[in-house]
Ligand binder design. Sequence first.
Ligand code: NDP
Length: 444
Amino acid sequence: MSYVNTLMEKIVQRNPNEPEFLQAAREVLESLEPVIERHPEYVDAGLFERIVEPERQIIFRVPWVDDKGEVQVNRGFRVEFSSAIGPYKGGLRLHPSVNLSIIKFLGFEQIFKNSLTGLPIGGGKGGSDFDPKGKSDAEVMRFCQSFMTELYRHIGADTDVPAGDIGVGGREIGYMFGQYKRIVNRYEGVLTGKGLTWGGSLARTEATGYGLVYFVDEMLKTRGESFAGKRVVVSGSGNVAIYAAQKVKELGGEVVAMSDSNGYFVDEKGVNLDTIRLLKEVQRKRCKDYLAMHDHASYFEGCDDIWTVPCDIALPCATQNEINEQSARTLVANGCIAVAEGANMPSTPEAVKVFLDNKVLFGPGKAANAGGVAVSALEMSQNSMRYSWTFEEVDAKLKDIMVNIHKKAYEAANDYGFSGNLVVGANIAGFLKVADAMYSHGIV
Ligand code: NDP
């Protein structure tokens, strides 16, 4: 049996109830087979056995009192996966589906994503099964304060720096930061995604969307192409989607369709981004309402068929598994030349295979959406320096980072005989830096 299969058996035995984590571990380990062949010293040092075991995982009780005066209890998690190249870094997710398997899967992926940014950040992830939907501000605040009353002892600006994720935006980061500061009596950059008046970084809001488009621009250059004149479909209409669409337009492309969880609209004249921002960021309305302001556009219930809209470039920026094999085939049949993941894991493994088999340029989320965490790391740097860079300075650094991530993934794929396969390239490039650090640190 191959080394990876034997190792996977051990991982399955040790983590039997963690399907998401096992899926992520298998995907990464299988793509590292050529590294294992070239670096037998990593096997001798037990490096693969160690990297799949979190350095520390903390599970804790989060009691809080709701508006009716009733006691509620949630479960909190923080998985500190790898500090080989820097303090643990990764978001906090508040969603009823959160469990140890999901947090471990996300934390494991985060190790390689963070490494790819070239910045000194390790991998971690956390959260709780608390559902912020339908809760009052006061309830969210009491939950966040209780959550931080335990978490504070495990984190710190040089130890572990959480950020937002699903269900954790500026409001939640604010409540958590306030409680942390009160307990430790120190003003430090212990969380990222902070408000601009209290330590946040300019361009963090735009970072993931802009970064995605900078990354795609690099992919296109490898085929002598650019965004100019291209038809682009962007799924979602949230943070990542809106700023990806804005940057596409700036680079000369035309976004013709966007969606939310109810449906999608098509505007052949090009999506009006002022309208989308007004609807989503100010009025909190639905994509359907776009038609009231642009009656030449069309709206369709359900989001799956957005991938039937003919396009040159597809940017899935909504949610996991939103492109299945059939949608991937439709995209290919309609002449799509590039797909890049703004969301985490939006393409099923079968869809990824269709793209790779058909030589569609494909940017995996681990590389393509790393702009968000990269600017979070820049927020840490600015906090340490007690200094703020301008929007233009942060944006220029973000662009450099995304160009470099593409270069590293592209070159690693070539070097290991998988030319053009950025899935394998991103896993290998992300892994090698962490592996080198782990090897230097001895058996720890
Ligand atoms: P938002 O919550 O701002 O936006 C999500 C968008 O996707 C909304 O338009 C939402 O519609 C839509 N959506 C949600 N579920 C579905 C569904 N089942 N089908 C179709 N559309 C759906 O999130 P973000 O933009 O921040 O995140 C989007 C993705 O990007 C996530 O996978 C996230 O993990 C990933 N990501 C985000 C980063 C960031 O910096 N924000 C960094 C790296 C990755 P509705 O309003 O109806 O719910």
